[in-house]
Design a protein around this ligand. Structure first.
Ligand code: NDP
Length: 311
């Protein structure tokens, strides 16, 4: 059972499983908020009683951009705490064999050294802008270990870096960097205006294509049995600048107009490199989709689904 099955990662898991990823004896269920509000214990119990899942991939979360995180720390903390507590406790009660939940690199300590790895999650306070979200997510890791110690549960978590792909939220104001750039470039091409990138374009990021993340998440569910988190990310050498990403978006969109960097806008953190050594020790040869290919597929999906996608 996949919670948050209608979102960016959930849709990618569904496409992977319905493509080549399913095993013969499996049947998959994808939840969205219409099926029940996971903040609500009674709704969550009903879902577990109805489907009796043996394995749960837990994606559902209250997620948002910087502004929303700063303005609603109480809601980001409480709603995620409620959702995560309901999913973990129902997974224990209904004897789920494996629970895999999602953390994020943005919940790591604000003041740290790079690259960051799985052992550093609790080594200092998160950035004040998203502390509600960050502490709620960090407690998933604490509770995974507690459930293992006290009840022998097989619960673990995944730390993805920046995710992009089809079915993303392409909002320019509230979305993440790649979907925002894709939407802006689409409008610049349509309106014959410059493609303006916020900031200098120099910050570095690791991006993981949603379909790669989907495949690796299903692998974690089947084969990674340890309560400590595992980072799912491209290698450190694959870190790219926002400028490179913008140029790849322009190429994929066949945009040949002017590209402008608006340096009056903030750049954010220069880099937040994550270490994927644990993943590489278990899956040394996994080949990630190249950024130009992933961006081309995301751009093609956005253009084909412009009228109906989240934006
Ligand atoms: P999306 O925002 O695309 O999707 C969120 C999903 O959660 C939707 O299916 C939504 O259902 C569901 N949901 C939200 N609130 C509730 C609720 N109260 N009850 C039931 N369902 C709910 O998320 P992503 O796919 O981007 O993210 C998946 C996970 O990965 C999250 O845990 C997130 O924190 C984490 N993550 C994401 C990153 C990214 O770059 N996107 C980076 C790092 C971590 P509905 O569609 O019906 O509203």
């Amino acid at each position: 059972m996949v919670t948050g099955g209608s979102g960016l990662v959930g849709a990618a898991i569904r496409e992977y499983v319905e493509g080549t990823g399913a095993l013969e004896n499996e049947s998959w269920i994808y939840l969205n908020s219409k099926e029940g509000d996971l903040r609500n214990r009674a709704d969550t119990e009903k879902i577990f009683a109805k489907y009796q899942p043996t394995h749960v991939i837990h994606l559902a979360a209250k997620v948002g951009g910087l502004f929303a995180n700063m303005a609603q720390k109480v809601e980001f903390f409480r709603e995620n705490i409620l959702i995560n507590d309901n999913i973990m406790e129902c997974s224990r009660i209904y004897k789920v064999e494996k629970l895999v939940s999602f953390l994020s690199t943005c919940i790591f300590p604000d003041k740290t050294t790079y690259p960051i790895d799985e052992t550093m999650l609790h080594d200092g306070p998160p950035h004040p802008s998203n502390e509600g979200y960050a502490y709620a997510k960090r407690l998933i890791d604490t509770m995974n270990r507690a459930y293992a110690e006290e009840y022998g549960c097989n619960f673990t978590s995944i730390i993805p870096t920046n995710i992009y792909g089809p079915h993303d939220n392409f909002s320019i104001q509230n979305g993440h960097v790649i979907p925002g750039l894709i939407h802006k470039c689409y409008l610049a091409k349509k309106d014959n205006t410059p493609f303006t990138i916020w900031g200098s374009g120099t910050p570095l990021r690791q991006f993981v294509y949603s379909r790669d993340l989907a495949e690796l998440t299903v692998w974690v569910m089947r084969e990674y049995h340890d309560p400590t988190p595992i980072t799912l990310s491209v290698d450190e050498e694959e870190e790219v600048s926002i400028k490179d990403v913008a140029l790849a978006v322009a190429k994929a969109m066949q945009f040949d107009g002017q590209i402008v960097f608006d340096t009056s806008k903030a750049d954010g953190q220069f880099k937040k490199t994550a270490c994927n050594k644990k993943l590489r020790s278990l899956k040394a040869d996994y080949e990630f989709t190249s950024m130009p290919d992933g961006i081309q597929q995301s751009v093609d999906w956005f253009v084909a689904n412009y009228d109906s996608c989240r934006k």
